[in-house]
Design a binder for this molecule. Structure first.
Ligand SMILES: Cc1cc2nc3c(=O)[nH]c(=O)nc-3n(C[C@H](O)[C@H](O)[C@H](O)COP(=O)(O)O)c2cc1C
Length: 273
C-alpha cells in the first residue's frame, strides 16, 4: 500500500513535500513522468505527521493513513492578531472556585477534539484520557489523596512537612486538594516511553488553554498527580490501565468568579548567546 497518494494532474513536481518530510523519506520527482514517492522499504519510517499533505501548494498529496478522516480547514481559519492571542493567553488563570453547573460531555469532547492536534514525540499521540465526570467521584479522589498524605506523616518524604495542614483543612471540611471541582481530567501515557509523559503535559496544556474558550475553568491538580504515582488505591480509582502511567491530573468546571485585568508576573529571564 502506497503511504502517499499523488494526484499526477495536480502535482507540479515542486519538491516541497520531499523537503518538509521530517523523516526525509519522500523521493522528489525524478523527471516529468516520475512523481514524488515513498519507496516501500521506507514506508515503515513514516510518522503520519501529514506535513507532506498540508504543505503541498496544489493539494496533490493525500497521506494514505485513514485518508477519509481529513478535516476541511478553510484558508485563513484560526488567524489571530498578536494582541488577541497575547491577551487570550495572558488572561488564562487557574480556577479554584466552580459553580455546581456541570460541564457537558459534548463540550468536553469538543475541547479534546482540539487537543488531538497537540504535538507529540514522533507524532506518537500516546495520550489517553480518563474523565471523572461525577462530582461525588471527585470527592473520592480527594479523600484518597488525603489518605496518601497520611502515609507520608513521620517519613522523610519532601511533602511530609506540608501535609499536616492539608489533612487538617480536609478534616475541617475544606477541599484544598480538588477545590470542590465538579470534574477531573486525567492524562495517561505508556509507562515504558521515555518521552510520553511530556506529551501528556503538552496535551493537558492545550486543554488548559482551549477550555477557556468554552467557558471552562481549569487548575492543575498537583497533589492528586503526585499521589496517583505511588498510591495504588488512587491509581485503581482512576482506572489507569496496566502498563500506563498518569502524566498529570487537571480539575475543571465552570468558573464561579470572573477575573478583571492581569496579575503581575516576573519579566522574561533571557540570556543571549
Ligand atoms: C504543575 C502544577 C501543579 C499545580 N498544582 C496545583 C494544586 O495542586 N492546587 C492548586 O490549587 N493549584 C495548583 N497549580 C496552580 C498554580 O498554583 C498556578 O498556576 C500559579 O499559582 C499561577 O497562577 P495562574 O495559573 O492563575 O497564572 C499547579 C500548577 C502547576 C503548573
Amino acid at each position: 500500500m502506497a503511504i502517499i497518494l499523488v494526484d499526477e494532474d495536480l502535482c507540479t513536481q515542486c519538491g516541497i513535500c520531499s523537503v518538509v518530510c521530517p523523516m526525509s523519506i519522500i523521493d522528489p520527482a525524478a523527471d516529468e513522468n516520475i512523481f514524488p514517492v515513498v519507496r516501500d522499504e521506507m514506508a515503515c519510517m513514516c510518522i503520519a505527521c501529514g506535513h507532506c499533505e498540508i504543505t503541498c501548494p496544489t493539494q496533490a498529496i493525500t497521506l494514505n493513513v485513514r485518508p477519509n478522516e481529513k478535516e476541511e480547514c478553510t484558508v485563513g481559519a484560526g488567524t489571530l492578531s498578536t494582541d488577541d492571542l497575547g491577551y487570550y493567553l495572558k488572561k488564562r488563570r487557574s480556577v479554584r472556585h466552580f459553580t455546581k453547573d456541570p460541564v457537558t460531555k459534548e463540550d468536553i469532547l469538543q475541547v479534546l477534539d482540539i487537543v488531538r492536534y497537540a504535538p507529540s514525540g514522533s507524532n506518537g499521540q500516546p495520550v489517553q484520557w480518563t474523565i471523572v465526570h461525577d462530582p461525588e467521584d471527585v470527592i473520592t479522589v480527594a479523600a484518597l489523596t488525603i489518605e496518601w498524605m497520611k502515609t507520608l506523616l513521620s517519613t522523610d518524604h519532601p511533602m511530609a512537612g506540608y501535609v499536616p495542614g492539608l489533612i487538617q483543612a480536609w478534616e475541617h471540611g475544606h477541599d484544598t486538594i480538588c477545590r470542590d471541582a465538579p470534574h477531573l481530567l486525567v492524562a495517561h501515557v505508556p509507562e515504558a516511553s521515555p518521552i510520553a509523559a511530556v506529551d501528556g503535559i503538552i496535551a493537558l496544556s492545550h486543554f488548559d488553554i482551549a477550555a477557556k474558550a468554552f467557558g471552562i475553568g481549569t487548575c492543575w491538580a498537583g497533589f492528586v498527580s503526585m499521589a496517583v504515582l505511588s498510591y495504588e488505591p488512587l491509581r485503581r480509582e482512576l482506572g489507569i490501565p496496566v502498563g500506563r502511567t498518569c502524566a498529570f491530573v487537571m480539575m475543571f468546571g465552570h468558573p464561579k468568579y470572573k477575573t478583571y485585568g492581569l496579575p503581575r508576573r516576573n519579566p522574561a529571564q533571557v540570556t543571549w548567546r
